[in-house]
Design a protein around this ligand. Sequence first.
Ligand SMILES: [Zn+2]
Length: 444
Amino acid sequence: MKRLLFVFVVFLSLLSSSAFSQSNNQEFRVSFSKLLKASSAEFVFQPPDGFSFIGISAYCMDNTQDVTVHYRLKRMGSWTPWIAFWLFTDGDTPDRVSFEAPPVTGEFSAIQFKASKSINEEIVFRLFIPDPKIKNSANCLEAISDNPGECSCLIPDVCRKECWCSSDACSEPYEATLTESTHIIIHHSAGHNSSDDYAAVVAYYWDLHVNTNGWDDIGYNWLIDPNGVIYEGRGDGVQGAHFSCMNWETTGICMIGNYVYATPGEASLQSLRNLLAWEVCSKDLDPLGSKFHSSSELDLFIISGHLDGNNSQSDHSCAKGTVCPGDQLYKLLPEIRTDVASLACMNIDSTAFESDYISINQFLVFPNPCRGEFSISLIFKENAGHYCIEILDAIGRIIYEKRGTAYKEDMLFPFDRRDLLPGQYLVKVTTDQEIVVKAIILNR
Ligand SMILES: [Zn+2]
């Protein structure tokens, strides 16, 4: 009897995996009620050569069952101990229960699933298998806006969805809810402190959020890997799914990694500070301030951690007790707020000393972003007087200064500063009449 039913389960799995022809992902639909006394189902599975990790998750469309599910792997002919999935439910998809587990690394040849009890709804087990075609996210960084508007802080270059997603699925349009953020919420992903393929890690989070949790899109607006690469999630101005169902008027930034015990590295913190500077500057928010957040009904720092929403009594709140973004990242938030507030791009106004006379007709910095080679073009009116060109680093230290006298002329200043570290810099031009400032991004 057991053998017959097992064939039935495998047959279902073959049917379902054909629906994933665009990727290598596998789905196994298991009906534990049909297994009668047998509580487990086994699948032979050959991971592709050289895989960096395989994501394992599951979901069930019956959230009334108090069921625990486990998996184990056959490695070198022996089964590992059973590993329990943790259970995840969420107000955005109330009829669904999801099961998550840490990503698997290392070779294995088969996988078994078991449930703690028989239930009527089938459980869909899902294996996410990274696409080997996408490896180096740092190679496809691009600017997503060259128009900082009123704000001197530019958004750093990001790895867009087309870069980290191997199929068209991630770019499929859906009815996004737009929102004007009053608060920026910092998260950690609680996994993947190391990887040689963070683009695949982001693609896995997308797959987990969309195909396992049943959300419209990856939960976060932005993600940052330990190398400092910023990934486009839902992007700017779109309501995400990250703040315990209190997502209205928030932007979610996820630091990839688990920061309960580990401290985030400087590369990722630098990218976080630059991204936050653009977020608060472009939205006219005070990085040191706090204000009432409508959907959590809490007074929250403008830059808050996910766990700051734990005390919410709001009807929207759907989960409690998170430790996200982890102690080690959470305790850095005061310092991060101060660092962002003190960034040079946050503190320099481009203002004319005499509003009726502007001596600089045109001020260009190009190309921007660049890899260290750029030019500054200035067109002065007659009698502009003295000028001073300064290049400042992100915290306002002057790293270059040139003084001269400007006549009515076009002036071009080429620079080769490939010696500088990647990051955001400011070009500041002061004349007798005004100060003008433009931000420039130097990439790797
Ligand atoms: Zn979180």
